[in-house]
Design a protein around this ligand. Structure first.
Ligand SMILES: NC(=O)C1=CN([C@@H]2O[C@H](COP(=O)(O)OP(=O)(O)OC[C@H]3O[C@@H](n4cnc5c(N)ncnc54)[C@H](OP(=O)(O)O)[C@@H]3O)[C@@H](O)[C@H]2O)[C@@H](O)CC1
Ligand SMILES: Nc1ncnc2c1ncn2[C@@H]1O[C@H](COP(=O)(O)OP(=O)(O)O)[C@@H](O)[C@H]1O
Length: 499
């Protein structure tokens, strides 16, 4: 079993059509039934461990919720393995006449039973209702069976543990959309690779802990992944490490064109986020300089972008306002030949101020950081159910990197390379945390991290910081900034005494 936490090469998510093509290629090279057997073995292994952790396999009661396709077949074959290990396994077929025949025969031969209702006592539920073949919301009969199974009495705890085969039923595999009822899982055992629905949107919340079983699909996944899941190792690899001989300018100077007389806090928060990053120096340009200097005396502050001096990246928009002065600030930032983060009011100004076209001709990289409302303003429509596609389309159209904020923040570049951060937490849904994110992102750009990587790393660390801050109590944006300083990768400077 390859846990999502440790397995780097299986951190890419593939769409259904690509998974099915890979499966067809691999299936032609191995005896019939091999892939299902591998999938079922991985599923049974994981269920066995979970039962081991909650009172042991002997006497444990497992209920299989069995749909009409191969997903149900996987559940039945896994159930057969568990039955052979002394587990009492019952299978509830949702449409008995259309149940996977070989799976059913294997279960019966191993001593498993077919039941026509959810038993009173269930310790573990295997959700084999529907996987890759999912279309639309979970059907009412399936939803009712799943609800009854979740309400059964376990020997330990308050409800049975739920393990999804490949995907939680009710989740759209390609998008993570949950258009109706779904079966929330504690653990999802994904076969062969991740699917986008396990790592983005509402689907990610339904999937619980996701683990991938290697069934040999890897070499056959010839199309590029739909998206990649960022890891701690990615962020550590991308994080700049200053050489022994460096100075503040070589580490990079970040410019902050943020805040206004009305919203000085946004400038302070963007400076706090930038201070946690790898840049060597911060320059602030705008009307909130007194507030910025009071909180961050290390910042060099001026009143306007033109007076700020040289920087290697700009952050523009947080609390900037949308008046004529703000528009002039954005225009100055866009005219600078360095990468830029455009957030909040800068995004509104791009549309209302007719500046969106300037993005496409800009040579230096730009990262746009919209939440859903800002996305709607930029794209003319909501992101909708497919957040990956939404981010990719906006990135292609604007020729910018797009960081689409949310529970699982999605980052796409104009060429279509797409990542998701798995670290999101509702604790971040608090005013001003976006300003902290923009500042950190700007510092990474100033330190010459390429825009896509900078955006992925910033989103990842921002989520980690939100979680760390939440562990200590209620979370405000300054708490996220403070936690950020603790979760960023250490620079790995050798100890001069020992080395
Ligand atoms: N590809 C691979 O690499 C490997 C795949 N493997 C396994 O195969 C699985 C895919 O199997 P699959 O293709 O038979 O489809 P599957 O998900 O069982 O759905 C079947 C039927 O469910 C129904 N249904 C649809 N939507 C529904 C809804 N909302 N609510 C309720 N019911 C709904 C619909 O039937 P209908 O009633 O419309 O005729 C549909 O045809 C995959 O997830 C993995 O487990 C592994 O064993 C080996 C490697
Ligand atoms: N429900 C949620 N779960 C996880 N993260 C969230 C949620 N809501 C918002 N966030 C995160 O919180 C941050 C809020 O940013 P933003 O909306 O720009 O706030 P502000 O403008 O107040 O600074 C984003 O990074 C976003 O991804």
């Amino acid at each position: 079993m390859l846990s999502l936490a440790v397995m780097d090469s299986l951190r890419a998510a593939y769409r259904v059509a690509d998974v099915r093509a890979a499966e067809a290629g691999l299936a032609a090279t191995v005896p019939g039934g091999t892939l299902m057997a591998r999938a079922a073995a991985g599923l049974a292994r994981r269920c066995g461990t979970l039962l081991g952790e909650s009172g042991g396999r002997y006497g444990a009661r497992v209920l299989l919720l069995v749909g009409v396709g191969d997903n149900g077949g996987d559940a039945l074959l896994a159930g057969a393995r568990l039955a052979r290990q002394g587990v009492a396994v019952g299978a509830l077929p949702l449409d008995p006449a259309r149940t996977h025949a070989a799976g059913l025969a294997a279960l019966r031969a191993a001593g498993g039973r077919v039941v026509d209702a959810v038993p009173d006592r269930v310790d573990l539920v295997v959700d084999g209702i529907v996987g890759l073949g999912s279309a639309g919301g979970l059907r009412p009969a399936a939803a009712a069976a799943a609800a009854a199974a979740r309400a059964a009495r376990p020997r330990a705890g308050t409800r049975p543990v739920v393990v999804a085969a490949d995907l939680p039923s009710g989740v759209a595999p390609d998008t993570g959309d949950v258009p109706g009822a779904a079966v929330p899982a504690d653990v999802t055992v994904a076969f062969g690779c991740l699917k986008p629905g396990l790592v983005v949107g509402a689907g990610a919340r339904c999937a619980g802990r996701v683990e991938v079983v290697d069934i040999g699909l890897g070499p056959w996944l010839r199309a590029g992944p739909a998206l990649r899941v960022a890891t701690e190792a990615d962020v550590a690899r991308w994080w700049p490490r200053p050489g022994r001989v460096t100075d503040k300018y070589r580490r990079g100077v970040v410019g902050l064109a943020t805040g206004s007389a009305g919203y000085p806090g946004a400038a302070v928060l963007s400076a706090a986020g930038a201070s946690a990053g790898p840049a060597g120096m911060l320059r602030y340009a705008g009307p909130a300089r007194a507030a910025v200097l009071a909180a961050h005396p290390q910042v060099v502050a001026t009143g306007a972008v033109a007076e700020a001096g040289r920087v290697q990246a700009w952050v523009c928009g947080c609390g900037l306002g949308t008046d004529a002065a703000a528009a002039a600030t954005l225009r100055a930032v866009l005219a600078a030949p360095v990468p830029a983060v455009l957030d909040a009011d800068a995004l509104t100004l791009l549309v209302d101020g007719g500046m969106a076209d300037l993005l496409r001709d800009r040579a230096a990289g730009v990262v746009l950081t919209p939440h859903d409302g800002e996305f709607r303003r930029l794209a003319g429509a909501d992101p909708g159910a497919d957040r990956v596609d939404a981010a990719q389309r906006l990135a292609a159209w604007t020729r910018c990197v797009v960081l689409l904020k949310g529970d699982r923040t999605v980052v796409a570049d104009p060429a279509g390379e797409t990542w998701v951060s798995p670290t999101g937490t509702a604790a971040l849904a608090s005013a001003g945390t976006g300003d902290v994110l923009a500042g950190l992102l700007g510092a990474l750009l100033a330190a010459r991290v390429p825009p896509l990587r900078a955006a992925v790393a910033a989103a990842y660390l921002h989520g980690r910081a939100g979680r760390a801050a939440a562990a200590a109590g209620a979370v405000t944006a300054p708490d996220v900034a403070a936690a950020l300083r603790r979760v960023v990768p250490r620079t790995g400077e050798p100890d001069p005494v020992r080395d």
